[in-house]
Design a protein around this ligand. Structure first.
Ligand code: ZN
Length: 423
C-alpha cells in the first residue's frame, strides 16, 4: 500500500476510537460562560497527546481578568516534530455554549446513536478536535515520516471572543508568523466546504439622555425612551434597507449574510418594569447594537454611518445621544492563492470525490486572532459537522462526516508538508 492509502485506512480502523474520544470530550462540560472544566479538558487532551509522543505545554492566560481561581483559563498545545518542513497547527476551541432548553438527551452524556454522536459542543467543535488528533495519529500509525511539525491546540473562550485563548497564544508568540506556517481550525462548516474568513463586527452602545419630569405632565420632561424609539425607527427605515442592498463578493453563507446586517442585542430604559413605579419621564435609555460589516465597507465607514445616523436623530430635538464602541473585529479573508486552501481542496476531492465550496462565515471565529495578532495569513476553518447544528438543542455530529474530515485533515497536513500532491 502507498503511504497515503495506509493513512486513510488507519483512519477507518480508528473510527470507533475517534467516536469514543469525541464522546469523552463531550462528557467534560466545558460550558462558557462561565468557563467550567477548562483545566480538566485541557489535561484530557494534553494527556492523550503526551501518550502519543507530543511535547505538551499548558498555557494559562495569566494576567487576563477572566482567568480566575474558580474558572482558570488553561490552553494546551501539543507539538510533534518531524523533519525541518512546515509547521501545521490544528486549533480547536474546547469551550461550548450552555445547553439551553429543548434537549431530548443528556447534553453531556456523549450518547452515540444512529450514526451520530450527540451532545452540547459535539459539532461545535469537539468532533473537530478529535479529527485533528486522529489525523495526526493516523499519520503516525501508518508509519509515514513527518516531513514537518504538527501542532494541536485546545484553546478556551472562542465563544466569548477568544481573548484568553487563541488571542493569548498569539500575543505570547506561541502562534506567530515565522513559527507557524499554516493553521487549520476544524470548526463545523460542513465536510465539503472550506471557510476562508468572516465579516467584521462592530458592537456599540447608544445612550440616550433626556430630562426627568412628572409622569402626569410628560410634556414638561424629555423622554429618553422616546428618543431611542426615534433612533430605532431610523435604523429600521433607513439603515436596514441600505445595509441589505450592500452585497459582499466574499462567499458568505447563508445567502442572507452576504449583506451587511444590524441586530439590537438589548435595550433598557426608564425605571425597572418589575420595581415599584413612580410617575417619572424616563431620562435615560441605553441599547446595544451588533453591526456586521463587509470587507468592502471597512470599519471606519461603518462607524461613520452610525455616528451620522445618530446625529440626524439627535437634531430632531431634545434627547442627547452618546455612542460608545464595545468591540471591533475586522473582517478576515484568506488569500486566494494560499497553499492551505489548495491543500484542503485537493484532499476533499480525493476523500469525498466532490468539489469543495469556498465559503465565509457570517459570524467570527478564532481566525481573526491568527490573521491579525499572529500575522499568519494561511489560516482556514475546515472540519466535521454541520454549521446549522451549532448551538442547537440535540446538537449532533455524523460519524461518517467525522471520519471523512479526519482523513481530509490528515491528507491536507501531509500535502502542506510536501509529502503528498493529490494523486
Ligand atoms: Zn466553534
Amino acid at each position: 500500500m502507498q503511504p497515503i492509502e495506509r493513512v486513510l485506512s488507519e483512519v477507518d480502523r480508528a473510527a470507533d476510537e475517534i467516536v469514543q474520544f469525541t464522546a469523552d470530550l463531550v462528557r467534560i462540560p466545558t460550558v462558557n460562560p462561565p468557563g467550567e472544566e477548562y483545566e480538566a479538558c485541557a489535561h484530557f487532551l494534553g494527556d492523550y497527546l503526551e501518550r502519543r509522543s507530543f511535547a505538551v505545554e499548558y498555557i494559562a492566560a495569566e494576567g487576563r481578568a477572566e482567568h480566575t481561581v474558580r474558572h482558570p483559563r488553561v490552553n494546551v498545545v501539543g507539538s510533534r516534530r518531524g523533519g525541518a518542513g512546515p509547521v501545521v497547527h490544528l486549533n480547536g476551541h474546547i469551550d461550548v455554549v450552555p445547553p439551553g432548553d429543548g434537549w431530548t438527551v443528556d447534553p453531556f452524556g456523549g450518547l452515540v446513536r444512529d450514526g451520530k454522536i450527540l451532545g452540547r459542543g459535539v459539532c461545535d467543535m469537539k468532533a473537530g478536535i478529535a479529527a485533528a488528533v486522529f489525523a495526526a495519529e493516523a499519520i503516525a500509525r501508518a508509519g509515514v515520516t513527518l516531513p514537518g511539525t504538527i501542532e494541536i491546540s485546545g484553546t478556551v473562550d472562542e465563544e466569548s471572543g477568544g481573548f484568553a485563548g487563541v488571542a493569548y497564544l498569539a500575543d505570547a508568540g506561541r502562534i506567530k508568523a515565522g513559527r507557524t506556517d499554516f493553521v487549520i481550525i476544524p470548526e463545523p462548516l460542513n465536510v465539503d466546504r472550506i471557510c476562508i474568513g468572516h465579516r467584521g463586527v462592530y458592537w456599540f452602545e447608544v445612550t440616550a439622555r433626556g430630562r426627568i419630569g412628572h409622569g402626569s405632565m410628560p410634556f414638561l420632561g424629555i423622554s429618553a425612551i422616546d428618543g431611542m424609539g426615534r433612533l430605532l425607527e431610523s435604523v429600521r427605515d433607513v439603515l436596514v434597507p441600505a445595509l441589505a442592498a450592500r452585497r459582499t463578493a466574499v462567499p458568505v453563507v447563508p445567502p442572507g449574510a452576504r449583506s451587511a446586517t444590524i441586530n439590537i442585542n438589548g435595550i433598557v430604559g426608564g425605571q425597572p418594569v418589575d420595581g415599584i413605579q413612580t410617575p417619572c419621564v424616563a431620562d435615560l435609555c441605553r441599547a446595544v447594537f451588533d453591526r456586521r460589516f463587509l470587507i468592502e465597507e471597512g470599519f471606519d465607514a461603518a462607524k461613520r454611518e452610525i455616528t451620522e445616523l445618530v446625529a440626524r436623530v439627535a437634531e430632531a430635538g431634545g434627547v442627547r445621544f452618546d455612542v460608545r464602541d464595545l468591540m471591533v473585529v475586522h473582517p478576515t479573508r484568506t488569500p486566494d492563492d494560499s497553499p492551505v486552501i489548495a491543500s484542503l481542496d485537493r484532499s476533499i476531492r480525493s476523500v469525498l470525490g466532490r468539489t469543495p465550496e469556498l465559503i465565509a462565515s457570517p459570524g467570527t471565529y478564532d481566525h481573526k486572532h491568527v490573521a491579525r495578532i499572529a500575522g499568519v495569513p494561511h489560516c482556514v476553518a475546515y472540519g466535521p459537522g454541520e454549521l446549522e447544528q451549532a448551538h442547537q438543542p440535540d446538537e449532533y455530529c455524523r460519524i461518517d462526516d467525522l471520519v471523512n474530515a479526519t482523513k481530509v485533515i490528515a491528507l491536507a497536513t501531509l500535502d502542506l508538508m510536501g509529502a503528498w500532491s493529490g494523486e
